[in-house]
Design a protein around this ligand. Structure first.
Ligand code: SIN
Ligand code: FE2
Length: 210
Protein backbone atom coordinates (compact mmCIF):
# COMPACT_ATOMS: atom_id res chain seq x y z
CA UNK A 1 0.00 0.00 0.00
CA UNK A 2 1.60 3.28 -1.05
CA UNK A 3 1.25 6.50 0.88
CA UNK A 4 -1.79 8.60 -0.03
CA UNK A 5 -1.67 12.22 -1.14
CA UNK A 6 -3.24 14.31 1.60
CA UNK A 7 -5.18 16.88 -0.43
CA UNK A 8 -6.51 18.65 2.66
CA UNK A 9 -6.18 17.35 6.24
CA UNK A 10 -8.40 14.27 6.47
CA UNK A 11 -8.92 13.97 2.72
CA UNK A 12 -6.51 11.36 1.39
CA UNK A 13 -6.18 10.21 -2.20
CA UNK A 14 -4.60 7.04 -3.57
CA UNK A 15 -4.37 7.65 -7.33
CA UNK A 16 -4.65 4.44 -9.35
CA UNK A 17 -4.83 2.19 -6.30
CA UNK A 18 -6.98 -0.35 -8.15
CA UNK A 19 -5.46 -1.99 -11.20
CA UNK A 20 -7.43 -2.50 -14.40
CA UNK A 21 -8.47 -6.06 -13.50
CA UNK A 22 -9.81 -4.92 -10.12
CA UNK A 23 -11.67 -2.03 -11.78
CA UNK A 24 -13.24 -4.38 -14.33
CA UNK A 25 -14.26 -6.87 -11.62
CA UNK A 26 -15.98 -4.16 -9.59
CA UNK A 27 -17.82 -2.78 -12.62
CA UNK A 28 -18.98 -6.31 -13.48
CA UNK A 29 -20.16 -6.78 -9.87
CA UNK A 30 -22.12 -3.51 -10.07
CA UNK A 31 -23.76 -4.47 -13.37
CA UNK A 32 -24.71 -7.89 -11.97
CA UNK A 33 -26.13 -6.29 -8.80
CA UNK A 34 -28.18 -3.87 -10.89
CA UNK A 35 -30.04 -6.82 -12.44
CA UNK A 36 -31.73 -7.53 -9.11
CA UNK A 37 -31.40 -4.08 -7.51
CA UNK A 38 -31.98 -1.69 -10.44
CA UNK A 39 -30.47 1.78 -10.55
CA UNK A 40 -33.00 4.47 -9.63
CA UNK A 41 -32.96 8.25 -9.61
CA UNK A 42 -34.19 9.44 -6.23
CA UNK A 43 -35.61 12.78 -5.35
CA UNK A 44 -33.20 15.27 -3.89
CA UNK A 45 -34.18 17.28 -0.81
CA UNK A 46 -35.66 20.02 -2.98
CA UNK A 47 -37.95 17.59 -4.84
CA UNK A 48 -36.25 17.29 -8.23
CA UNK A 49 -34.92 13.88 -9.28
CA UNK A 50 -31.17 13.61 -8.89
CA UNK A 51 -29.19 13.30 -12.12
CA UNK A 52 -27.20 10.47 -10.54
CA UNK A 53 -28.76 6.98 -10.53
CA UNK A 54 -28.16 4.86 -7.44
CA UNK A 55 -28.14 1.32 -6.14
CA UNK A 56 -26.20 -0.30 -3.29
CA UNK A 57 -24.40 -3.34 -1.90
CA UNK A 58 -24.61 -4.60 1.65
CA UNK A 59 -27.11 -4.47 4.52
CA UNK A 60 -28.10 -0.85 3.89
CA UNK A 61 -28.85 1.08 0.73
CA UNK A 62 -30.27 4.49 0.09
CA UNK A 63 -33.81 5.54 -0.61
CA UNK A 64 -35.88 8.68 -0.74
CA UNK A 65 -39.61 9.25 -0.60
CA UNK A 66 -42.10 11.76 0.72
CA UNK A 67 -40.68 11.21 4.22
CA UNK A 68 -37.20 12.30 3.09
CA UNK A 69 -34.11 10.33 2.28
CA UNK A 70 -32.45 7.75 4.47
CA UNK A 71 -30.68 4.42 4.66
CA UNK A 72 -32.98 1.44 4.06
CA UNK A 73 -32.65 -2.33 4.36
CA UNK A 74 -34.63 -2.97 1.19
CA UNK A 75 -34.57 -1.69 -2.36
CA UNK A 76 -37.60 0.61 -2.62
CA UNK A 77 -38.59 -0.69 -6.06
CA UNK A 78 -38.28 -4.45 -5.51
CA UNK A 79 -38.67 -4.60 -1.71
CA UNK A 80 -35.75 -7.06 -1.69
CA UNK A 81 -32.60 -6.83 0.40
CA UNK A 82 -29.57 -5.31 -1.36
CA UNK A 83 -26.97 -7.52 -3.09
CA UNK A 84 -24.11 -8.71 -0.88
CA UNK A 85 -21.00 -6.57 -0.67
CA UNK A 86 -18.17 -7.97 -2.85
CA UNK A 87 -15.27 -9.27 -0.76
CA UNK A 88 -12.84 -6.94 -2.56
CA UNK A 89 -14.73 -4.02 -1.01
CA UNK A 90 -14.72 -5.56 2.47
CA UNK A 91 -10.96 -6.09 2.16
CA UNK A 92 -10.36 -2.53 1.02
CA UNK A 93 -12.34 -1.22 3.99
CA UNK A 94 -10.31 -3.37 6.39
CA UNK A 95 -7.12 -1.82 5.01
CA UNK A 96 -8.18 1.80 4.64
CA UNK A 97 -11.48 2.20 6.50
CA UNK A 98 -11.64 0.49 9.87
CA UNK A 99 -9.88 -2.75 10.80
CA UNK A 100 -12.44 -3.83 13.42
CA UNK A 101 -15.89 -2.71 12.33
CA UNK A 102 -17.10 -3.76 8.87
CA UNK A 103 -18.92 -1.39 6.54
CA UNK A 104 -22.69 -1.85 6.42
CA UNK A 105 -23.34 0.05 3.20
CA UNK A 106 -21.78 0.63 -0.18
CA UNK A 107 -23.70 3.22 -2.13
CA UNK A 108 -23.29 2.95 -5.89
CA UNK A 109 -23.65 6.11 -7.96
CA UNK A 110 -23.94 5.99 -11.74
CA UNK A 111 -23.13 9.19 -13.62
CA UNK A 112 -24.20 9.15 -17.25
CA UNK A 113 -23.63 12.15 -19.53
CA UNK A 114 -24.49 15.40 -17.79
CA UNK A 115 -24.95 13.92 -14.31
CA UNK A 116 -23.52 15.81 -11.36
CA UNK A 117 -23.82 15.95 -7.62
CA UNK A 118 -24.22 19.22 -5.76
CA UNK A 119 -22.12 20.17 -2.76
CA UNK A 120 -23.25 18.27 0.32
CA UNK A 121 -22.05 16.71 3.54
CA UNK A 122 -22.31 12.96 4.29
CA UNK A 123 -24.01 13.20 7.64
CA UNK A 124 -26.61 10.44 7.74
CA UNK A 125 -24.22 7.97 9.36
CA UNK A 126 -24.47 7.40 13.12
CA UNK A 127 -20.79 7.72 13.96
CA UNK A 128 -18.57 10.16 12.05
CA UNK A 129 -15.49 8.52 13.54
CA UNK A 130 -15.85 6.01 10.71
CA UNK A 131 -14.49 7.31 7.41
CA UNK A 132 -16.17 7.30 4.02
CA UNK A 133 -14.09 5.44 1.44
CA UNK A 134 -14.74 6.34 -2.19
CA UNK A 135 -13.78 4.41 -5.33
CA UNK A 136 -13.92 5.93 -8.81
CA UNK A 137 -14.54 3.75 -11.89
CA UNK A 138 -14.93 4.70 -15.54
CA UNK A 139 -15.02 8.30 -16.73
CA UNK A 140 -12.99 10.91 -14.88
CA UNK A 141 -14.90 13.17 -12.47
CA UNK A 142 -14.24 16.78 -11.62
CA UNK A 143 -14.62 16.49 -7.86
CA UNK A 144 -14.95 19.46 -5.52
CA UNK A 145 -14.16 19.56 -1.82
CA UNK A 146 -14.29 22.34 0.73
CA UNK A 147 -14.54 22.59 4.50
CA UNK A 148 -17.18 21.82 7.10
CA UNK A 149 -19.07 25.05 6.39
CA UNK A 150 -20.80 25.56 3.05
CA UNK A 151 -19.10 28.97 2.83
CA UNK A 152 -15.58 27.59 3.14
CA UNK A 153 -13.38 27.84 0.04
CA UNK A 154 -13.35 24.75 -2.16
CA UNK A 155 -10.84 23.20 -4.51
CA UNK A 156 -11.40 20.84 -7.36
CA UNK A 157 -9.46 17.83 -8.50
CA UNK A 158 -9.92 15.06 -11.02
CA UNK A 159 -10.77 11.55 -9.90
CA UNK A 160 -9.91 8.88 -12.46
CA UNK A 161 -10.79 5.22 -12.75
CA UNK A 162 -9.03 3.21 -10.05
CA UNK A 163 -8.53 6.16 -7.71
CA UNK A 164 -9.53 5.69 -4.08
CA UNK A 165 -10.08 8.55 -1.67
CA UNK A 166 -11.08 8.80 1.96
CA UNK A 167 -12.91 11.42 3.99
CA UNK A 168 -11.98 11.06 7.64
CA UNK A 169 -11.15 13.08 10.72
CA UNK A 170 -11.25 16.83 10.01
CA UNK A 171 -12.58 16.20 6.46
CA UNK A 172 -15.20 13.59 7.38
CA UNK A 173 -17.94 16.22 7.28
CA UNK A 174 -16.39 18.37 4.54
CA UNK A 175 -18.73 19.62 1.82
CA UNK A 176 -18.05 17.83 -1.45
CA UNK A 177 -19.66 17.16 -4.80
CA UNK A 178 -19.10 16.33 -8.44
CA UNK A 179 -19.18 19.28 -10.87
CA UNK A 180 -19.18 17.09 -13.97
CA UNK A 181 -17.75 14.01 -15.55
CA UNK A 182 -15.53 14.01 -18.63
CA UNK A 183 -17.50 11.89 -21.12
CA UNK A 184 -15.47 9.35 -23.06
CA UNK A 185 -12.42 9.61 -20.81
CA UNK A 186 -12.77 5.87 -20.13
CA UNK A 187 -14.53 3.03 -21.90
CA UNK A 188 -14.85 0.74 -18.88
CA UNK A 189 -18.47 1.36 -17.94
CA UNK A 190 -20.92 -0.33 -20.35
CA UNK A 191 -22.74 2.42 -22.31
CA UNK A 192 -20.34 5.00 -20.87
CA UNK A 193 -20.14 7.10 -17.77
CA UNK A 194 -18.75 6.89 -14.28
CA UNK A 195 -19.49 4.66 -11.31
CA UNK A 196 -18.62 5.79 -7.82
CA UNK A 197 -18.71 3.43 -4.85
CA UNK A 198 -18.77 4.78 -1.30
CA UNK A 199 -18.16 2.42 1.58
CA UNK A 200 -19.65 3.51 4.86
CA UNK A 201 -20.54 2.45 8.35
CA UNK A 202 -24.02 3.92 8.70
CA UNK A 203 -25.02 2.28 11.98
CA UNK A 204 -23.16 2.58 15.25
CA UNK A 205 -20.34 0.11 15.94
CA UNK A 206 -21.74 -3.15 17.39
CA UNK A 207 -20.30 -2.44 20.85
CA UNK A 208 -21.29 1.24 20.94
CA UNK A 209 -23.24 2.39 24.02
CA UNK A 210 -26.92 2.88 23.21
C1 SIN B 1 -20.86 11.20 -3.10
O1 SIN B 1 -20.51 12.19 -2.51
O2 SIN B 1 -21.75 10.47 -2.65
C2 SIN B 1 -20.27 10.80 -4.41
C3 SIN B 1 -18.94 11.35 -4.66
C4 SIN B 1 -18.41 10.90 -5.98
O3 SIN B 1 -19.18 10.52 -6.86
O4 SIN B 1 -17.18 10.94 -6.18
FE1 FE2 C 1 -21.10 12.40 -0.46
Amino acid sequence: MFQPLTVIPGFDLWPGLLDLAAQRDLIAAVMAAAESAPFAQYEAAYGKPMSVAMTAFGPLGWTSDAAGYRYAERHPGTDQIWPAMPSALLNLWTRLGDAETPPDSCLVNLYRDGARMGLHQDRDEADPRFPVLSISLGDTAVFRIGGTSRKDPTRSLKLSSGDVCRLSGPARLAFHGVDRILPGSSSLVPDGGRINLTLRRARPAPDAPI
